[in-house]
Design a protein around this ligand. Structure first.
Ligand code: NAD
Ligand code: IPM
Ligand code: MN
Length: 364
């Protein structure tokens, strides 16, 4: 079969350190499992902005359109306003390629303690709406130069936009333990949220009607209470569906509960596969540690495993995740997880385990 075409945007900060770590892993896997990847390296990001005044070329999106997937590191630099960097690169990709599902699995990792408990036994997935909601481009304006300065932005939930992400989340729940929590704020204050609730409930009802593997038990939970519940009872959650902003906040919270945001992956999916999907860690460019070689590549490597799965290389994807878990279990860990290893040492440990776990997988 032909090589997979993957656009690589390492971007900014620790993206430039954790993306090469992930590529080392894929190159080893490609050899072991006999597939090929054509990497299209894109030097897009803040350095390009400083040089040319643009985060990516004018026809950047068109250049990505015929690829099979996009692997992204992180975007953001302390000397450039975030709205410039993010609207110049990350957000246009999510929107142009209709990556309306942002899939963020959160699982206990072997040997990685949570800050609150041993962190074990947690296995949930956040399905975050990724192209509309509170991140809408409608009405965003700051009214200056008048006595009452004000900033206004419209939250936009479309029936189609909420329904498609809710259906995705519901089907995912039906293939797992059947639990679906919808994060809401519909107690009469955020006026768009009762509509979110209505569309989510309708989508779940339709899927339950079609006779899924496991009937879906939908619970709508006010997001403030849900934040507390994720800390107190994280094991009771299966799939969580949330709007763009609420899902963003809940995903950092949930990943911290299992040990830290350095471990969390994120898949920006166009489920219809009409456009490329994008895979990245949940964390950002971490300017406070960039350039020091201590960044945890776990989130990036896990995101890369999700990408391999999406590309149809499911055995390689499973082998990579198994090697990552084995490396963590072996006690070699980066500083954010209480260890002493740098990015390269940890990545080498993952590579060491790739060969051994691959043998175990093929024996099984
Ligand atoms: P951040 O996620 O970059 O960092 C938050 C904290 O977590 C920092 O202390 C950082 O050192 C630590 N951290 C994050 N990832 C780590 C890793 N892999 N290993 C070890 N420690 C890690 O969030 P921030 O500081 O709020 O944002 C920094 C910049 O990144 C901003 O410009 C922001 O807009 C941008 N950002 C980009 C993305 C993205 O590209 N998808 C996501 C979030 C934030
Ligand atoms: C994320 C990030 C982005 C988001 C920012 C950087 C725009 O926080 O991917 O979680 O809010 O989507
Ligand atoms: Mn975020």
């Amino acid at each position: 079969s032909r090589p997979h075409i993957v656009d690589v945007i390492a971007g900014d900060g620790i993206g430039l350190e954790v993306v090469p770590a992930a590529l080392r892993c894929v190159d080893a896997l490609a050899e072991q499992f006999g597939f090929a990847v054509t990497w299209r390296d894109r030097d897009w990001g803040s350095e390009r902005y400083r040089r040319t005044g643009a985060m990516m070329p004018e026809d950047g999106l068109a250049r990505l359109a015929d690829g099979d997937a996009i692997l992204l590191g992180a975007v953001g630099a302390p000397d450039i306003p975030d709205d410039v960097t993010l609207w110049g690169l990350l957000l246009p990709i999510r929107r142009a390629f209709l990556q309306y599902v942002n899939l963020r699995p959160v699982r206990s990792l072997p040997g990685v303690p949570g800050p609150l408990s041993d962190g074990s036994g947690i296995d949930l997935v956040i399905v975050r709406e990724n192209v509309e909601g509170e991140y809408s481009e409608i009405g965003g304006r700051i009214y200056r130069g008048r006595p009452e300065e004000a900033a206004v932005q419209e939250t936009v939930f479309t029936r189609r936009g909420v329904d498609r992400v809710a259906r995705f989340a519901a089907r995912l729940a039906a293939s797992r333990r059947g639990g679906l929590t919808s994060a809401t704020k519909s107690n009469g204050i955020v006026h768009t949220m009762p509509f979110w609730d209505e569309v989510v409930a309708g989508a779940v009802e339709r899927i339950n009607h079609s006779g899924p593997e496991t009937p879906i038990r939908l619970r709508k939970v006010l997001v403030d209470a849900l934040a507390a519940d994720l800390v107190l009872r994280p094991r009771e959650h299966d799939v969580i569906v949330a709007s763009n902003l609420l899902g963003d906040i809940l995903s950092d919270l949930a990943s911290a509960v299992v040990g830290g945001i350095g471990t969390a992956p994120s898949a920006n999916l166009n489920p219809e596969r009409e456009h490329p999907s994008m895979f990245e860690p949940v964390h950002g460019s971490a300017p406070d540690i960039a350039g020091t070689g201590i960044a945890n590549p776990t989130g990036q490597i896990w995101a890369t495993s999700l990408m391999l799965d999406h590309l149809g290389e499911s055995t390689a994807a499973a082998a990579l995740l198994a090697a990552l878990e084995a490396a963590l279990a072996s006690g070699v860990r980066t500083r954010d997880l209480g260890g002493t290893a740098g990015t390269d040492e940890f990545t080498s440990t993952v590579l060491d385990h790739l060969t051994t776990t691959t043998e175990e997988l093929s024996d099984a």
